[in-house]
Design a protein around this ligand. Sequence first.
Ligand code: NAP
Length: 232
Amino acid sequence: MTDRVLLVTGASRGIGEATARLAAGSGFRVALVSRRAESVSALATELGTDRALALGADVADWAAISGAVAATVEKFGRLDAVFANAGSMLGTSFFGTEGEDPERWRDMVLTNVYGAAITARAALPELARTGGHLVLTGSVAGRHIRRASLYSATKWAVTGMAGAIREEAVGTGVRVTLVNPGIVDTEMITREMRAKPKLAAGDLARAVLYALDQPASVDVNEIVVRPTGQER
Ligand SMILES: NC(=O)c1ccc[n+]([C@@H]2O[C@H](COP(=O)([O-])OP(=O)(O)OC[C@H]3O[C@@H](n4cnc5c(N)ncnc54)[C@H](OP(=O)(O)O)[C@@H]3O)[C@@H](O)[C@H]2O)c1
């Protein structure tokens, strides 16, 4: 059988990079997406340019992300799975007593919500052709209220989006998995989070591969992975 093709957004570091590495090691051909192709070109070279493709695309730019999907299909001839994982986090306060300037909120909302939505929109017609699989990175912050956190609200949106896509996918053969990490030791987390129990990025990569490796008749809807000892 032809090796399956997986496109990963946010592949330049953290959970996306770890998942791309594990998937490539498990036989997937991988398209690696981050905002700049140069940020993923060394990884593509390491994984082998016949099996990995480095692509620059801002997930919040429709022309760019749909172009990345098209470039993947052009190189590998098919698309079997997409990991819509790119995201960003910043501190917010609705009373303005802490956190970042509201001008900076827009990019986070666009990346985490609109970016995930149009990544899905760009990929799903191709995934419908292969009976493929969409995996989205949510968060435990998309399952619990977090005081003052617009980031948490963006992940609640991803929770809802995964369900909306899954309902629309009924009858297409496409599977949809929402992966909700607790705290993961990546560049994204704050100093306060870093002092708490943490997962390694590879712990999430194994969860994604678990979902991708199920038979076509098994749709893993949601996976929540916390480090041992994380409260909620
Ligand atoms: N770390 C945690 O504790 C944690 C917990 C729950 C959920 N998550 C979620 O997990 C996902 C991955 O985060 P991470 O922890 O691995 O963070 P990370 O190490 O900071 O990686 C973020 C990735 O997203 C990419 N990215 C950011 N904005 C982008 C955009 N507009 N277009 C394309 N790519 C973009 C970055 O690439 P470039 O900067 O190279 O473009 C980078 O590859 C995110 O959705 C995050 O919300 C993380």
